[in-house]
Design a protein around this ligand. Structure first.
Ligand code: TPP
Ligand code: MG
Length: 570
């Protein structure tokens, strides 16, 4: 139909497609190879440009944005940009986050003529960065005037369907070329299930769940990525069945939901959670991807007849169902399964009780986490970086909270960039970043972008002189685990001269309480000073075990005083 064809420049078409996919902001760093596209963005106003201090933070921001928005994108310049951002995209791949990575790349003219250009290896080849992105993306392409329409749509659709990042090279000399494009908007959709496979799968799953004495549901991060968390709660309600999450899926199931029982991590779980999951005669696991940090160091043992449901497949006993989409499977079961009677025993999750600390007492990790538990409100977005801040995983979250973390990939500094991205996507929610000094030093510059755009997060930074979580692996007091002692609380002023941010340095329990009573009408930045050897037992125990896995029996971890050990009296 000729009426459905429009004439448009390639650059404008790309921006239009991103907009149609629900993207409203583009993160990144300008460079000569992407400026033509940036000019189109500027002139058309299709998307809002959020420049970041570097490409790594830009990729983290796009990832954080995608977590709250469903899809995110960033734009960088050839070679230097994508290679800086690749760690962030590796994280998006590991965590199943759909991000469109766009690199303004060397002009097609140079490819045609074999001309050496800056930001390349100057070796006459041009595919290095496409190749570099192969292990961290679900699809890659170099856009040309011939393939622009199909390839732009293929990449956006692939990212969204697979919940994985994609990488696009956009040559600098094609942005202003006119091509024929469809005038119909891009519709993001899941491929419909094969109807026979779907109904067979729903029947088999319903039969197993209906006849089970103790059905249970175990949720990993994909339940969030594929948007089925509320469906799973409805299913649990139908079945009157308990639901646990792995720590990578913290808060995916509302922690106030009556059937929510807590985090399952093998022997590192609360005993009743371990019992319920491991003794279930029909465990439905959603997107389960066990690694050492999500399984209590491989102590998780799911029942052998566990049903594994993934984005597009379900494993039940001997049967493997392909071409079924997760949401259709869950909805299908909800539609036919009878409502179970109330009365199955369910456990309630109590917030952990700490001993009440004296206001004048020196701030400790125990007092800190007690205060944070009391500070969190319904609807908060909480970010956790690597380190002792992992304790947040053990706090009980009120209704409607979102957790943003990188549990599988675990790249320090991720959370600052992710905060910029996610607060851009959801500026009206309260965002609370929990981070250590070491992690913060990786990506601290992005605080300036957060201030520049008048965002009002709460940043709770633990200054304990370095990498305390690592001291539990090795190097209890060794200098390699120390970091420079920045004046963290002064940074809002450094990053924005006219800042209205409220900064606090907390050395005592009373200091912290005072800081946490500050209103949230501007950024609140709290630097809490703690001892380098003060670590929550859960963190040191896990680090000590990690050292055994990492270094083996011949490792140096057992040498006297080389490892921070748990203080049991905590
Ligand atoms: C990019 C990257 N580099 C190094 C590491 C190794 N690492 C994991 S946690 C950590 C230290 C975190 O220290 P900090 O943020 O101060 O937290 P603390 O335990 O002191 O509270 C390091 C260096 C990592 N995870 N990611
Ligand atoms: Mg630290």
């Amino acid at each position: 139909m000729s009426s459905s064809i429009a004439r448009m420049t390639i650059g404008d078409f790309l921006l239009r497609r991103l907009h149609e996919a629900g993207i409203r902001h583009l993160f990144g760093v300008p460079g000569d190879y992407n400026l033509a596209l940036l000019q189109q963005l500027h002139d058309s106003g299709t998307l809002k440009w959020i420049g970041t201090c570097n490409e790594l933070n830009g990729s983290y921001a796009a990832d954080g944005y995608a977590r709250l928005n469903g899809l995110g994108a960033f734009l960088v310049t050839n070679g230097v940009g994508p290679l800086s951002a690749i760690n962030g995209i590796g994280g998006s791949y590991s965590e199943h986050i759909p991000v469109i990575a766009i690199s303004g790349s060397i002009p097609l003219r140079s490819l045609d003529r074999g001309q050496g250009m800056h930001h390349t290896m100057a070796d006459g080849t041009f595919d290095h960065f496409l190749d570099a992105y192969a292990p961290v993306t679900a699809a890659r392409t170099r856009i040309t005037p011939r393939n622009a329409v199909t390839e732009i749509d293929r990449l956006i659709q692939t990212a969204w369907r697979e919940k994985l990042p994609v990488y696009m090279e956009f040559p600098s000399d094609i942005a202003y070329l006119d091509i024929d494009v469809p005038s119909t908007p891009l519709a993001l959709d899941y491929p419909p299930s094969d109807s026979e496979r779907l109904s067979a799968c729903v029947t088999a799953l319903t039969e197993r769940l209906r006849t089970a004495a103790a059905p249970a549901i175990l949720v990993d991060a994909d339940a969030h990525r594929f948007g089925v968390a509320s469906d799973l709660m409805e299913l649990a309600q139908r079945l009157q069945a308990p639901v646990a999450v792995v720590n990578a899926a913290k808060a995916v199931i509302d922690e106030t939901f009556p059937h929510f029982i807590g985090i399952y991590a093998g022997k590192a779980s609360e005993p009743h959670v371990q019992e319920v999951i491991e003794a279930s005669d029909c465990l439905l696991a959603i997107g389960y991807r066990p690694i050492e940090v999500t399984t209590g160091d491989f102590t998780a043992t799911l029942p052998t007849n566990t049903i594994h449901a993934r984005g597009y497949s379900v494993d039940i006993g001997d049967d493997n169902y392909q071409a079924v989409t997760l949401r259709e499977v869950i909805r299908g079961v909800i539609d036919v399964i009878p409502q179970a009677k109330n009365g199955r025993p369910r456990a309630t999750v109590a917030a952990r009780a700490w001993a009440q600390a004296e206001g004048s007492a020196k701030l400790t990790q125990a007092a800190y986490w007690q205060a944070i538990q009391g500070y969190i409100r319904p609807g908060d977005v909480l970010y956790v970086d690597n380190g002792t801040s992992f304790v947040l995983l053990g706090l009980k979250l009120p209704k409607g909270c979102t957790f943003v973390g990188s549990i599988n990939w675990g790249s320090i500094g991720y959370s600052v960039g992710a905060l910029l991205g996610a607060i851009t996507a959801a500026p009206d929610r309260r965002h609370i970043l929990l981070i250590g000094d070491g992690s913060f030093q990786v990506s601290a510059q992005e605080l300036s972008t957060i201030l520049r755009h008048d965002h009002k997060p709460v940043i709770l930074l633990i200054n304990n002189g370095g990498y305390t979580i690592e001291r539990g692996y090795l190097g209890k007091s060794e200098a390699y685990n120390d970091v420079a002692n920045w004046a963290y609380a002064d940074l809002p002023k450094v990053f924005r001269r006219d800042t209205t941010a409220r900064s606090f340095v907390a050395r005592t329990v009373a200091d912290l309480r005072n800081a946490l009573s500050a209103p949230n009408d501007t950024m609140v930045f709290v630097e809490s000073i703690m001892d380098p050897h003060d670590a929550p037992a859960a963190v040191t125990i896990s680090s000590n075990k990690g050292a055994e896995l990492d270094y083996g029996p011949r490792g140096p971890q057992h040498r006297e005083s080389l490892q921070l050990r748990p203080v049991i009296s905590e």
